[in-house]
Structures are given as C-alpha cells and as structure tokens.
Design a protein around this ligand. Structure first.
Ligand SMILES: Cc1cc2nc3c(=O)[nH]c(=O)nc-3n(C[C@H](O)[C@H](O)[C@H](O)COP(=O)(O)OP(=O)(O)OC[C@H]3O[C@@H](n4cnc5c(N)ncnc54)[C@H](O)[C@@H]3O)c2cc1C
Length: 334
C-alpha cells in the first residue's frame, strides 16, 4: 500500500516511538517510553486492555496481595501510561511501511527522521521506532458451551487458572508440548486430570510423555474429541463434557469441574505480512535476550514474540525491555 496514493487521512506528528497494542506489554512499553521523554503514540486495536479483559480474578501479578480483576489491572496500566503522556489512538494498525520514499525522501540534506509509516484505520502516523505488542489469541475448540463457560470452567491457561481447581477434576485437550506441560502442572492442584487427545499418540517431546505416563493422577482419553461443554447457569460453572471417540463414534459423558484447552495460539501478526521475520507459527522472532526484530528500529514485546511463557508479568517485562531497546536505538541513530 502506498501512502501517497491511497490515504487521505491526516498524518499525525512524527512519533518518536509508536506502540502497537494495548495489553500489559504495550502499556508497560508506553510507561517507560513516556518516562524517557519520548512522547509515545499507542494504537490500541480492537481489544483495549488485551487478553486480561477476558478473565476474572488475577492472583499472580506482583503487588496485588488480594485478587484483582484482569480488566481492572490493565485499566490501571492504561491510566498510568496516559498520565505520563502517552497518546492513545483507538484504531488497529493495518500496515507498516518501512522507509516510504514518497513521504521521506532521504538525501544528505534531509536525513531520514521517520523511517516507518504506520497506517491505522483512519490515522497515519510516521514513527522513528516501532514496538509491536499485539499479543496472541488462544485457539478454541469451537464447540457448543465453550464461549458460554469461558472464564467459568473453560480456560486456555493452566498456569493462570490451575490454582482454582484444588482437589477438583479437570480435563485438558491437546497433544503438543504446551498441553503436556500444562497437564503435568495441573495435578499439583487437581485431584484428577483427564488428557483428551484426538489421536492415539502425542506429538509432545518423549521426555514429557514419559513423565505424563508415570503420573498416576493423569488418565488418557485417546482418539477422543470434545463435542460439547455443559454446565449450570446459576452460578455459571462447568459440570461435564460430551466426548466422541473418533474411531468407534461412541459418545461418552465425562464429569469435570474445568476444561483446559491447550491446542495452540495464533500470534496477531497477519497485518505484518513479511515485514519482520516470524517463526512457522507466526511468532515474531527476537534476537536472544533482546526485543530486536529482523528490522532495525522495530521491536517486539509480549505474547506476540513469546511462544513459551505468555503471562502478564512476562509480557510487561518484555514491554519494558522493548522501550529501553527503542530508546537506545534512537540515541544511537542521532
Ligand atoms: C482467559 C485468560 C486468563 C489469563 N489469566 C492470566 C493470569 O491470571 N495471570 C497472567 O499473568 N496472565 C494471564 N493470562 C495471560 C495474559 O493475559 C497474557 O499473557 C497477556 O495479556 C499478554 O499481554 P500482551 O500485551 O502481550 O498481549 P495482549 O494482552 O493480548 O494485548 C494485545 C493488544 O494488541 C492489540 N492489537 C492486536 N492487533 C492489533 C493491531 N493490528 N493494531 C493495533 N493493536 C492491535 C489488541 O487490541 C490488544 O490491545 C490470561 C489470558 C487469558 C486469555
């Protein structure tokens, strides 16, 4: 997309640092960038506050000895970022142009001041550095009951929600490393863990498989898929799930208090196309111990660049690192 031909929106002033995403990573980056005096511009996308707005109580974010609602936690981050001078723009970024010649002729007389042009839904914003913090969305099963009981027995994060199932019975769906690691974590709290997999063997690493098979609290439901998640509405809670054996077509009911869906995440990177290097699942590749991407001046933070940990605190940490990396980049390019 060429800015000069296709966009009629008013360009805003050059942002020293433009941040894409309004979750813990984006807000933390904004707080650090703002405190460095670099007037960040932050594009929120559609989900202001990010994934934490989908959950109820958060008990593992340091500094909150009593549980805090996920939405309240990110709202505090937003207030702090804005108070320090972050400009929020409530739009999605559709494209990022690197070094657009029509806007930024680079000659000896006019040195390049804004090598990136970020195209929002209505607003165009040139930027000297960009931090990508667009998160990753957990893939769902798309079965009846999943949306209704999400946050009330259905979860995509064992590390976050496993604690709530002390001495209860849960099930986990998946077959890869994430499902295996989550399934090994759940018996620390749950009395019983059903591991549901649609095939008769797992993709997870062999060492993980060995640990799973040795764990007496874990029972495998091979060749099985979840067809429906059922429960009560007052109070809203999961009571059982309906399974189908894909080989025999036999249907069974499994009584559970919770269902963990661990079938992978979709990093929100489609809008980047091939602008920065991504791995085969779409996660942005960072340089080791850094938030630098394959494009100098573009940094990545949070779940979008973290296939492993995916926690609010790790997203915030990477947001802090990205802000400092962007600050150093700007100092070096003066
Ligand atoms: C149900 C649930 C419960 C959880 N519970 C916990 C918990 O208890 N403790 C914990 O530590 N973690 C928890 N997590 C994980 C935690 O929410 C994430 O690790 C964290 O939110 C990741 O932060 P992020 O900033 O990287 O991305 P996100 O929070 O996903 O934010 C991404 C942001 O990017 C924006 N965006 C996306 N595309 C664009 C675009 N093109 N242009 C502009 N903006 C865009 C979105 O609108 C959003 O604002 C939970 C997650 C879920 C889903």
């Amino acid at each position: 997309m060429d800015y000069s031909e296709n966009f009629s929106a008013d360009p805003v002033d050059i942002a020293p640092v433009l941040i894409v995403g309004a979750g813990p990573a984006g807000y933390t980056a904004a707080i650090y960038v703002a405190r460095a005096g670099l007037q960040p511009v932050l594009f929120t996308g559609a989900q202001i506050g990010g994934q934490l707005t989908q959950t109820t109580e958060v008990e593992n974010f340091p500094g909150f000895p009593d549980p805090i609602l996920g939405g309240d936690l990110v709202e505090r981050m937003r207030v702090q970022a804005e108070k320090l001078g972050t400009r929020l723009i409530f739009e999605r970024i559709l494209d990022i142009q690197n070094n657009p010649p029509s806007v930024q002729p680079q000659t000896k007389e006019t040195p390049l001041t804004a090598p990136f042009l970020c195209l929002g839904e209505k607003t165009v914003c040139p930027a000297r550095a960009v931090i990508l913090a667009t998160g990753a969305i957990a893939k769902g099963l798309n079965v009846p009951g999943e949306a209704e009981f999400h946050g009330y027995g259905v979860s995509s994060c064992a590390t976050c929600d496993g604690f709530f199932y002390r001495n209860k019975t849960v099930a986990i769906v998946g077959g890869g490393n994430t499902a295996a690691i989550d399934a090994l974590f759940l018996p620390h709290h749950a009395r019983k863990v059903f591991f549901i997999h649609r095939c008769d063997s797992l993709r997870a690493e062999k060492t993980l498989q060995e640990r799973l098979f040795k764990n007496e609290k874990i029972e495998f439901m091979w060749d099985s898929v979840v067809e429906e998640i059922c429960g009560e509405t007052n109070p809203r809670k999961v009571t059982h799930i309906l399974l189908k054996n894909v080989k025999t077509e036999k249907k069974t009911t499994l009584s559970v208090d919770g269902l963990f869906v661990a079938i992978g995440h979709s990093p929100q990177t489609d809008f980047l196309k091939d602008k920065v290097e991504r791995d085969k699942e779409g996660y942005i590749i960072r340089a080791p111990f850094s938030t630098k991407t394959s494009v100098p001046g573009i940094f990545a933070a949070g779940d979008v660049a973290d296939p492993t940990y995916k926690q609010a605190i790790t997203a915030a940490s990477l947001g802090c690192m990205a802000a400092l990396d962007a600050q150093h980049f700007l100092e070096e390019s003066l």
